[in-house]
Design a protein around this ligand. Structure first.
Ligand code: ARG
Length: 404
């Protein structure tokens, strides 16, 4: 029996042609693995059949939507994960999950290799292969598009010659990756970073400029995780799906950014992540209410490191694992409710409350009933500024002075 390779199959041109290419180049039988991560508007059964029609010896579909939400999106939410402060890691979060299923399917079927359809210019190749290396170090990773120089033109010719059932009629100029956390759109006219995005690019969000009534929504969190929307209990996946609709209908979640890829290229990316940005805004504000100052400040630094690790393909790494333990511990009191107004492309927090709140009205108020003893502030500032005062005296004695 021929050796087997398990290919992460999306149903698109590259991975469809990749089935034949892998077989031709390696002699291995190709098993196609399609993972449902909540990509909107794609029928997984059609994709499965297409893999078989393109020559896969076996085609497997795994519904990983709940696993994706529970084990990948929720850690990202607890980390308020935004790469370069803006990108909610849409594609970066799905890669380790897909890689995990690639590795476990390969091991279960006795395959010696896995494969993906990434080019050699992006982050996703790194994420797939670094994750597979960390999970199953003996598996071989193959990348037909990259390693066999499979260009788009060659792929189209190959598909035609072999009568592959790929519909290339509505040729989209964009490279799109999507899952329930959002969509990533690149290439086409967007490659000129001066070109403004057009309405056509978006499917998860409506045009924010269209006048419409605001939507009010209340999200309940339990230890950092959304557990109810407007009082109705939800699973993490349901929370994301519902907020994609509520926030997406208000044009929320669009991101247009020049991004620093791990491979050194700067690229122009357009994203939409209605639920992602709404949940992060709400969660971060609940943290402001429930996490003490020094922990909150320190955590913001950890969040940025966490986001870079995940962006850079190090989901299954020691540092990321240890940061997760820290982040989980910070969520102990992040329970309560956040009310948001969703309107005109913006999710604005308008209220927050928690039984674990650290907000003390009597301390904060400027009205009567104030329990904060202001006379203590004077001595505090005296001691707080003592190091500055002493060093300033030395600076002046040495002839230096601060620009003032
Ligand atoms: N640049 C983004 C990232 O690295 C998105 C990649 C999207 N992939 C794609 N094939 N369009 O996470």
């Amino acid at each position: 029996m021929a050796e087997r390779v398990v290919l992460a199959y999306s149903g698109g041109l590259d991975t469809s042609v990749g089935i034949g290419w892998l077989k031709d180049a390696t002699g291995k039988d190709v098993v196609a693995l399609a993972i449902d991560v909540g990509q909107e508007g794609e029928d997984m059964e059609v994709i499965r059949q297409r893999a078989l029609d393109c020559g896969a010896v076996e085609a497997v579909v795994i519904d990983a939507r709940d696993e994706f939400a529970n084990d990948y999106l929720m850690p990202a939410l607890k980390a308020n994960a935004l790469y370069q402060k803006r990108y909610p890691l849409v594609s970066a979060l799905s890669r380790p999950l897909i890689a995990k299923h690639l590795a476990s399917t390969a091991i279960a079927l006795g395959a010696d290799s896995v494969a993906h359809g990434c080019t050699g210019k992006g982050n996703d190749q790194v994420r797939f292969e670094a994750a597979v290396a960390a999970l199953a170090p003996d598996l071989i990773s193959l990348a037909p598009v990259r390693d066999f120089a499979l260009t788009r033109d060659k792929a189209i010719v190959y598909a035609a010659e072999h009568n592959l059932p790929i519909v290339q009629s509505k040729k989209s100029p964009y490279s799109i990756d999507q899952n329930v956390w959002g969509r990533a759109v690149e290439t086409g006219f967007l490659e000129d970073p001066w070109n403004a995005p057009i309405e056509d690019l978006y499917t998860y969000s409506q045009d924010p400029a269209i006048p419409r009534e605001a939507t009010e929504v209340t999200i309940t969190f339990t230890e950092g995780i959304p557990t109810a929307i407007d009082g109705k209990p939800v699973t993490p996946l349901e929370a994301v799906v519902q907020l994609n609709r509520l926030a997406g209908d208000q044009g929320i979640g669009r991101i247009d950014i020049v991004e620093d890829r791990l491979v050194g290229i700067k690229s122009r990316e357009v994203y939409e992540s209605p639920a992602g940005l709404t949940l992060i805004a709400a969660h971060e504000e609940l943290e402001n209410l429930t996490i003490e100052r020094d922990l909150a400040r320190y955590k913001r630094g950890v969040e940025s490191k966490w986001s870079e690790l995940v962006y850079d393909g190090l989901w299954f790494s020691g540092l990321k694992r240890s940061l997760d333990v820290f982040i989980d511990d910070t969520q102990r009191y992040v329970s309560g409710e956040v009310r948001l107004e969703l309107h005109a492309g913006k999710a604005t927090v308008t209220g927050r409350k928690s039984e674990q709140s650290l907000y003390d009205f009597d301390l904060a108020t400027y009205d009567t009933g104030d329990t904060f003893d202001q006379s203590q502030a004077k001595g505090f500032i005296e001691i707080w500024s003592l190091p500055s005062k002493i060093s300033a005296r030395r600076d002046h004695a040495a002839g230096g002075s601060i620009e003032a």
